[in-house]
Design a protein around this ligand. Structure first.
Ligand SMILES: O=C(O)CCC(=O)C(=O)O
Ligand SMILES: [Fe+2]
Length: 212
């Protein structure tokens, strides 16, 4: 179901409209053009330089491996999270991240205490299949993800029922994706590499982590 108020008019390219993704065992919705193109562009520029981007290292089969993207973690002081066995403290909110969080909370009626920012520098950067199911995210994680910059595909696949195939969404600048309910129990998601030359993308995933 979609409520495209301006379908067929000149507004349809930039007007906000939302759709519920038809997903068995999951609850995913997408707010297209949640930010205007101008605001999304401005944020892309400012967040690229303002955030403290790092290339994290994870351990895979006992080897230290650099992940294929940059990231940065911001949030309330108690919103600590565990990643590959290490405990990370969030950086304090910047003004623009705090303001975005406030607007996302009002839109969705959900509370968040942290944001994981990802910077995909080009088509070689990606995130492989995973679920956001770390214990500190609680039983049914609510994750709101805001996309800026280059459009990229966001894929979903069911953990068990492969007959459901791969669901492919295009996330463009200003789009807000919401995942909640049982989604993280049953579905994996990824942002695959792209072989052609493309520009950078930033994705902000607002989360609520609890003290373990
Ligand atoms: O970049 C995206 O759209 C997804 C990022 C993601 O899945 C994550 O940070 O857990
Ligand atoms: Fe994720």
């Amino acid at each position: 179901m979609q409520d495209d108020l301006f379908a067929g008019t000149e507004h349809s390219k930039t007007a906000t409209w939302s759709e519920q993704i038809d997903l068995v065992d999951g609850d995913v919705s997408l707010f297209h053009h949640w930010l205007s193109p101008a605001e999304a562009e401005q944020l892309m520029v400012s967040l690229t330089s303002e955030l403290r981007w790092e290339q994290s290292t994870i351990s895979m089969y006992g080897q230290a491996v650099k992940i294929p993207r940059l990231n940065a973690w911001y949030g309330d002081p108690n919103a600590r999270y565990q990643y590959s066995g290490a405990l990370f403290d969030p950086l304090p909110w910047t003004d623009s991240l705090k303001e975005l969080k406030r607007r996302v909370e009002i839109e969705l009626g959900e509370q968040f205490n942290s944001v994981l920012a990802n910077l995909y520098r080009n088509g070689s950067d990606s995130v492989s299949w995973h679920s956001d199911n770390e214990p500190e995210l609680g039983r049914n994680p609510v994750i709101a993800s805001l996309s800026l910059g280059q459009s990229r595909h966001f894929l979903l696949k069911h953990r068990k029922d492969r007959d459901l195939g791969t669901i492919k969404l295009m996330l463009s600048a200003g789009d807000l994706l919401l995942m909640k309910g049982a989604t993280q129990h049953h579905w994996l998601h990824s942002v695959p590499k792209v072989s052609k030359t493309i520009g950078p993308r930033i994705n902000l995933t607002f989360r609520r982590v609890t003290d373990l």
